[in-house]
Design a protein around this ligand. Structure first.
Ligand SMILES: C[S@@+](CC[C@H](N)C(=O)[O-])C[C@H]1O[C@@H](n2cnc3c(N)ncnc32)[C@H](O)[C@@H]1O
Length: 457
């Protein structure tokens, strides 16, 4: 579970929830278990719920939403009942993708919002700077979703839009010429047909702990979730930067492979994957972007090792520098950046340097060109040295911390540190945060690594 999820290490306690909301009481079964604490037998009452009873499941969802988010929900009994901890995982991951930015207005689209409109409700209640549009193709879902928005007085921040087309992104989303969005999210129907639903259930070793009820429009789509998201990728290729982060959940592990293959086929390499774990259920999510901003490192942290080989190349590279302290490494890297005329922040407060690269100044060819321009300006030809503010090609964050190999003997942060500290070591991590050219990032990293490890003074 995502560490920012309010249910992380904090599963719902059904007994105390039923104490707050008597409507839940009929569905809570009480068991008395004996547990030993400090060797003494202790009798503990525990509550449980039959997750295969749709009424119990719906009442639990209502109570959790009321208690934890002050959300009042009404959904038909035969519609998909949203599992709140699982839905929160997706919201937390979107927050990571957007760097938990609470300063600017964030605009999002929920494709297939369902009768519950759960993602816009949770997203906008948790993040006061979010505005969301929820779309759906189903009239009943649209009607329930609209009522759920108004019963929670969220009409100012959540809009419901009927998608009358067979597109994923209806034209009405972009009726204003410059309209753009920070993200889109989607929990698509997972299955191709009834047989696919049955086969997926049969393939599971255990019976699913929760009953996954839903109407056909919620469960079934031509080609299943993979085809739905592949269509989303195709439409995104046309829309490009009108949405900063395109994201979708996937219900089948095999769909992740198909979607990644399609992203690569379309040369979309700025993507990230994650796994949402909820009890015995695994779900996956993919995000991709046409923008310069790389997927934040935090959004990649939930990736399971099995997904590693499908993941985009790492945006964080690191090395350890033995024999120099953190302070020495900071000085060394700052002076290297100055030599390369790379604009950078001062790392005084935290050991983090933010660097902006406007051109390659470190390759052999680049150094030759720079020397030639310097020579020409010395010779009096000023035509090639006219200064023009160049656009930023790449941004990186360089984090310098004490390395794992440093000895505990002399503290590297001590002011009495000798100029050379053989027992010290520092770890240098470079995270690529902005730019399109991965080769540029790698060659910049390799240059700094070579220079800061070889040129120790
Ligand atoms: C699995 S349900 C998700 C409901 C809700 N978002 C949730 O997470 O509980 C999928 C929803 O997508 C809707 N849907 C299917 N195709 C769609 C499309 N092309 N555009 C918008 N919604 C669509 C269905 O009607 C259904 O409500």
């Amino acid at each position: 579970m995502h560490p920012s999820n309010p249910y992380f290490n904090n599963p719902p306690d059904f007994l105390s929830l039923a104490g707050l909301y008597p409507s839940l009481e009929p569905y809570v079964m009480v068991h008395v278990s004996q547990e030993k604490s400090d060797g003494d037998p202790e009798v503990l009452p525990r509550g449980s719920i039959n997750f295969r009873d749709p009424e119990a499941l719906r009442e639990l969802t209502y109570c959790l939403l009321k208690r934890d988010f002050s959300i009042d929900l009404d959904i038909p009994l035969d519609s998909l009942c949203p599992t709140i901890p699982n839905r929160m995982n997706y919201i937390c991951w979107i927050e990571d993708l957007l760097h938990n930015d609470s300063k600017r207005e964030i605009t999002g689209i929920d494709i297939g919002t369902g009768a519950s409109c759960i993602y816009p409700l949770l997203g906008c209640v948790r993040n006061k700077n979010w505005r969301m549009i929820g779309t759906d193709i189903n009239d009943r879902s649209i009607s329930f979703a609209s009522k759920n928005v108004s019963r929670n007085k969220l009409q100012e921040v959540v809009t419901i839009l009927k998608n009358p087309s067979d597109k994923i992104f209806p034209d009405a989303l972009f009726d204003e010429p410059l309209k753009s969005y920070s993200f889109c999210m989607c929990n698509p129907p997972f299955y191709e047909d009834e047989q696919d639903i049955q086969e997926s259930a049969d393939a599971k070793d255990d019976k699913p702990s929760a009953l996954c009820l839903g109407t056909p429009n919620e469960m079934i789509t031509a080609g299943g979730d993979a085809q739905f998201v592949i269509k989303m990728v195709d439409e995104s290729v046309e829309l490009k930067a009108r949405i900063q982060w395109y994201t979708s959940m996937l219900g089948k592990r095999s769909s992740v492979d198909k979607v990644v293959e399609h992203l690569k086929k379309n040369k979309i390499l700025n993507y990230t994957l994650t796994t949402f774990r909820q009890g015995r259920t695994n779900r996956w999510a993919v995000a991709w972007s046409f923008g310069d901003e790389r997927a934040p490192w935090a959004s990649m942290q939930q990736t399971s090792t099995k997904l590693a080989k499908l993941s985009a190349p790492k945006t964080k590279l690191s090395f350890e520098n033995i024999g120099i302290s953190v302070e020495m490494a900071i000085d060394r890297i700052c002076s290297l950046l100055d030599q390369l005329t790379v604009k950078h922040s001062s790392p005084k407060v935290r050991s983090v340097i933010l660097a902006e690269v406007t051109r390659n100044t470190w390759s052999r060819a680049a150094r030759r060109a720079i020397a030639r321009v310097a020579q020409e300006s010395q010779d009096g030809d000023s035509s090639s040295s006219t200064k023009v503010e160049a656009p930023v090609l790449m941004e990186v964050e360089i984090r310098i911390s004490e390395g794992t190999n440093s000895s505990t003997a002399p503290s590297p942060s001590s002011s009495s540190l000798p100029p050379s500290t053989p027992n010290a070591a520092c770890a240098v991590e470079m995270t690529w945060t902005l730019g399109q050219d991965r080769n540029l990032f790698e060659s910049f990293f390799l240059h700094l690594r070579t220079k800061s490890t070889d040129d120790k003074k």
